[in-house]
Ligand binder design. Structure first.
Ligand SMILES: Cc1cc2nc3c(=O)[nH]c(=O)nc-3n(C[C@H](O)[C@H](O)[C@H](O)COP(=O)(O)OP(=O)(O)OC[C@H]3O[C@@H](n4cnc5c(N)ncnc54)[C@H](O)[C@@H]3O)c2cc1C
Length: 339
């Protein structure tokens, strides 16, 4: 049993910053995340994209923001259970919570902060029978590390922003042979990106195959070839190292939806006039996962919610202690174990 002061479900930017604000109050945290690495959407969906609305950073790559948050919380020595989905929650007789993951790891604390974002991301997969044989062996639904694809033949499918952004990214990097396949002539992506892709196709930097879709996959231990079907019904094959079907990710709240919390449109209802508490005493919800009148799903709003929430958690854990807010410029950072 892992014991701590606050169990944080979700190691996205908001969950990570919670560790810092809790640490200032000498509260220890343990984070659980279904993903194998911390960072939530920033790490999973757009690590190489710049963010422009983090106060004090005119521009910061999402991946660098996560690295900086990890550095900022390191004095407070958080625990991590990564690659495990929080499955169930139960209340003990002494008013603590036990959160158990799918893999059976148990965590106990007087306070739970749900920072589960949009939930667990499920990619929209094309209906090809043997697709699972090639997942992470030539087929990727998300581009996490673009360097993996350098000097490779890449086929990208999709007509939205993600497909177009990555097609442009790889085609700009002259080391790649890039093909974009889309089942229609019309794109959902930003018109500017569509125009850039058309220009690149005309200059021979990007191969574009429209009114077509991938229907077959071949390879031994790794993807080697795809079969494409046109709207007219003709089939052709293309040799490739990678196929990236970028048809979007569907967020699912997942097991948290069954914990007896008040849910509205796939989000947890909280009291934003006080402390982001849920309808269950001792469970809070912060960041993208919560909803209240005027809610904005932005990182900086999640940071604010985390800051308010830990003050309330402190009062719950130490009802008889008085906490006086002090500036970090006065206190400095005093970590755990004198870190
Ligand atoms: C392409 C893109 C661009 C964006 N640009 C900006 C921007 O410029 N500025 C801005 O402010 N915001 C931006 N956002 C939004 C921003 O990323 C989110 O507001 C932010 O990630 C929310 O942080 P979070 O920690 O609440 O949740 P998330 O980052 O979603 O992290 C939640 C974590 O919880 C985990 N989780 C969920 N359920 C469970 C469970 N049951 N068990 C274990 N783990 C679980 C998930 O795996 C995930 O890692 C952008 C989003 C996208 C997709």
């Amino acid at each position: 049993m892992i014991k701590t002061d606050i169990i944080i479900i979700g190691a996205g930017p908001v969950g990570l910053f919670t560790v810092f604000e809790a640490g200032l109050l000498k509260l220890k945290c343990h984070l659980i995340d279904a993903l194998p690495v911390p960072g939530g959407q920033c790490a999973e969906i757009y690590p190489k994209k710049p963010i422009y609305d983090i106060p004090g950073y005119p521009e910061v790559l999402a991946g660098d923001l996560v690295d900086n948050l990890m550095k900022q919380i390191s004095p407070f020595d958080p625990g991590f259970t990564l690659g495990e989905t929080a499955l169930s929650i139960e209340k003990t007789q002494n008013d603590h919570f036990i959160v158990t993951t799918k893999q059976g790891t148990k965590h106990q604390a007087p306070v739970v902060a749900i920072a589960g974002g949009l939930g667990v991301f499920i990619p929209r997969k094309p209906p090809i029978q043997n697709i699972s044989n090639f997942e992470n062996k030539g087929i990727n639904y998300i581009v996490k590390d673009p360097e993996v694809f350098q000097n490779k033949k890449i086929v990208i499918s999709g007509g939205g922003d993600s497909a177009l952004d990555w097609a442009l990214y790889f085609a700009n990097d002259n080391t790649n042979e890039v093909t974009l396949i889309h089942r229609s002539q019309q794109f959902r992506a930003h018109p500017d990106s569509v125009q850039k892709a058309m220009d690149m196709a005309n200059n021979g930097k990007l191969k574009m195959i429209l009114d077509s879709e991938v229907i077959g996959l071949k390879g031994k231990d790794h993807l080697e070839q795809i079969t494409i079907k046109t709207k007219g019904g003709e089939n052709s094959t293309v040799d490739t190292d990678y196929w990236l079907p970028l048809f979007g990710l569907t967020p699912k709240l997942g097991p948290i939806a069954n914990w007896g919390l008040e849910i509205e449109k796939n989000a947890i209802v909280v009291d934003n006039s006080t402390d982001y508490s849920t309808n269950i005493d001792g469970i809070y919800a912060i960041g993208d996962v919560n909803t209240y009148p005027g809610k904005l799903k932005l990182i900086l709003c999640g940071f604010h919610e985390a800051t308010i929430m830990v003050q309330s958690a402190f009062k719950r854990i130490y009802p008889n202690k008085n906490h006086v807010l002090k500036y970090t410029t006065v206190t400095g950072i005093v970590g755990f174990d004198n870190k």
